[in-house]
Design a protein around this ligand. Structure first.
Ligand SMILES: Cc1ncc(COP(=O)(O)O)c(C=O)c1O
Length: 361
């Protein structure tokens, strides 16, 4: 007889994990929107130093990181939640806010974790299609808010389409959301988004919208995806307290905590890396458009391209893999005939464009 699992296990979609980590160092990993740059040496050293104290549990308040983020964004540490990646905070938000009968609202295609929140809690997922430009349709989303809505997720810039909405549109949407409905603005890629101004601009919204949470991560712009550190800037303390209540106490390991604190001390390097990633993305976009692909207006460290009519997505993904390049198939992200490509190093980007040229020839 086999183990009997909970009913929700059958409802839960499996997260589309990137394959190919076993293919060796030569492979261009352009499938997971990571940074092309390794962590700074000072960050690696800080993590290493922290390991000397790894026989102790971490300080569960994680005060040094909360304090550093508070200083950077000008909001009290009590309104900053941390997590083992921002996914950890997302899942905790689902556990804290959702239940059978409640509704969670988000655009689709969007971040692959969002469907998990409904499945895990037996809440109803309301997915609103992106508009023709692959952007959130906030008017259509506002029309879906009901008395049952508990949580709204807006991914800005949106994963997988890389499209971003200006903050005035987001604020106009927030004005239409009742104050008891939590809105999480998932800003995993906001530091790359020129359309959003600077990463401080949305922090201002917290002053005016008591139901707002900004979700951010060290995985992308700080190049620490392997460390798993995310954070949320919250309009009130209540959200942080609720997500802490539903989780284990020591969600961040000592090395990850130390690495994140150190990473915040090197903002100039981070900004140089952003500039370089954006320049590379523009070249990548040009390369794909020259090959006849439609590329969504990107504002992140990745881009979203539709394949020309008659070109089979699975053939392209497999052909790229044979040529040493991994990208994410549109089908696994909610849209056939497309692909999501992370900006890599210049050499990786050239390898990808050359492989695409061969495949489409
Ligand atoms: C939109 C979005 N939000 C959140 C995350 C989660 O990031 P992490 O858990 O690494 O902080 C990702 C990761 O790809 C993402 O694309």
């Amino acid at each position: 007889m086999s183990i009997e699992f909970a009913e929700r296990i059958r409802r839960m979609p499996s997260y589309p994990l990137a394959a190919g980590y076993d293919l060796g160092a030569e492979i261009a990993l352009l499938a997971s929107n990571e940074s092309a740059f390794a962590p700074l040496p000072q960050v690696v050293e800080a993590a290493h130093r922290a390991l000397a104290g790894a026989h102790r549990y971490p300080d569960p308040s994680y005060w040094p990181l909360r304090r550093a983020l508070a200083d950077r964004y000008g909001i009290p540490p009590e309104r900053i939640a941390l997590g083992n990646g921002s996914c950890d905070i997302l899942l905790a938000a689902g556990a804290a806010l959702l239940e059978p009968g409640a509704e969670i609202l988000y655009a689709w295609p969007s971040f692959s974790m969002y469907p998990h929140l409904a499945a895990a809690s037996d809440a109803r997922a309301i997915q609103v299609p992106l508009d023709v430009d692959e952007r959130h349709d906030l008017g259509a989303m506002a029309a879906e808010i009901t008395v049952a809505t508990r949580l709204v997720l807006i991914c800005n810039p949106n994963n997988p389409t890389a499209t971003a909405l200006p903050l005035d549109e987001i604020e106009a949407f927030l004005a239409r959301v009742p104050r008891h409905v939590c809105v999480i603005l998932d800003e995993a890629y906001c530091e790359f988004a020129l359309a959003l101004g600077d990463p401080y601009a949305s922090v201002e919204l917290l002053r005016r919208h008591s139901n707002l949470v900004l979700l951010r991560t060290f995985s992308k712009v700080y190049g620490l995806a392997g460390m798993r550190v995310g954070y949320a800037l919250c309009a009130t303390e209540a959200f942080r307290a609720a997500v802490e209540q539903v989780r284990q106490p020591f969600y961040l390991n000592v090395a990850a905590h130390a690495a994140a604190v150190e990473a915040l001390r090197h903002q100039d390097d981070v900004e140089r890396r952003v500039t370089s990633a954006i320049a590379s993305r523009l070249e990548l976009e040009d390369g794909l458009r020259r090959l006849g692909l439609w590329v969504a207006e990107a504002d992140a460290n990745f881009l979203w391209a539709r394949l020309p009519d008659g070109v089979e997505e699975t053939d392209v993904i497999a052909g790229l893999r044979d040529r040493g390049v991994l990208v994410r198939a549109g089908r696994s992200l909610g849209r056939d005939g497309a692909m999501r490509v992370t900006v890599g190093t210049d050499a990786e980007n050239r390898k990808f464009v050359a492989a695409m040229a061969e495949l489409l020839a």
